[in-house]
Design a binder for this molecule. Structure first.
Ligand SMILES: Nc1ncnc2c1ncn2[C@@H]1O[C@H](COP(=O)(O)OP(=O)(O)OP(=O)(O)O)[C@@H](O)[C@H]1O
Ligand SMILES: [Mg+2]
Length: 276
């Protein structure tokens, strides 16, 4: 941000407070089954919001609805998904493809099913650069090597020629992050990006997302059922159950002082499992 004093490093909360993803009364059904009911929450650029809830509570469905990737028989039946005031639900396919590239991108729950096994990781990251940022082949390739380095793959100029099966689970997850960032998004949705990984790799990936968020000032919607992760990286948290929002608030407030019976039970059951 420029002022008469030159370039000033304003606090990120001030700089980006006007960029907002605002979800209002969102409902999604799969045939007769309503998976998401009147869900609402908002996310500012530069902020990390945790979306927490038991398996099947509708977290991924909310994420896919934001991306407008709910496929048949699923359908968004009502609500608004406002990005800087414009309703994504009303956009046509082509307009939405542009938003998906330039404004919002997503790291999917399962990296193996999201990476194409017949293309090298380099070809897949480069494709994201070419499609979303309009780079030519040479530029896209150079940026892909750089991006593999950014997500801390060692020796990126050699590893870029590998196929997904030649990478470990943690490395594939990093490739997914690299592809999501190649779109240069303002908002990143991370759907359980660390569940399949062991604890040390999990910690590395979390740190990487936090560092990249800081560097690129991303708004991050982080989906998980892991309280420790929420505590570590999220400013605020939304708790879902059976397709509905149970509670929303500042992370420590919700985790330490929740007045919601469901959240309290969820926290207690995790403490019992963890032997706390
Ligand atoms: N394509 C689909 N067809 C039918 N039902 C679906 C489909 N996708 C999701 N559902 C249903 O919607 C509900 C919410 O699923 P969703 O995947 O959003 O849960 P989740 O909170 O992400 O769970 P998890 O933590 O296990 O990933 C579930 O009951 C699920 O069975
Ligand atoms: Mg899910």
């Amino acid at each position: 941000m420029q002022s008469e004093f030159g370039w000033i490093d304003w606090p990120k909360s001030f700089c980006y407070s006007f960029l907002m993803l605002d979800i209002k009364e969102l409902s999604v059904s799969f045939g007769n089954f309503q998976a998401v009911k009147d869900v609402g929450f908002s996310l500012k650029r530069g902020e990390t919001l945790g979306l927490l809830g038991e398996s099947g509570s509708g977290k991924s469905t909310v994420a896919l609805a934001i991306m407008r990737l709910i496929s048949y028989p699923g359908k968004i039946i009502s609500g608004k998904i406002l990005l800087d005031g414009a309703d994504l639900i009303k956009l046509g396919g082509e307009e939405m493809r542009k938003i998906r590239g330039a404004k919002i991108s997503m790291i999917f729950q399962d990296p193996f099913s999201s990476l194409n096994p017949v293309f090298t990781v380099g070809e897949q990251i480069a494709e994201a650069f070419r499609y979303h940022q309009g780079l030519n082949r040479v530029e896209a390739w150079e940026r892909s090597i750089e991006m593999l380095g950014t997500v801390q793959i060692r020796n990126p100029s050699a590893r870029i020629h590998n196929y997904p099966h030649q990478f470990s689970g943690g490395m594939r997850q990093r490739v997914m992050i690299a592809m999501a960032l190649a779109c240069n998004p303002e908002f990143l949705i991370a759907d359980e990006p660390t569940t399949a990984l062991d604890v040390t790799v999990q910690a590395e990936i979390l740190k990487l997302i936090a560092d990249l968020q800081n560097k690129f000032k991303l708004g991050v919607l982080f989906i998980t059922h892991n309280f420790a992760i929420i505590k570590q990286i999220c400013d605020r948290v939304v708790v879902m159950r059976k397709g509905q929002v149970m509670e929303e608030g500042a992370t420590l407030e919700v985790l330490n002082n929740s007045r919601n019976a469901y959240t309290k039970n969820l926290i207690e059951s995790v403490k019992v499992l963890a032997g706390e």
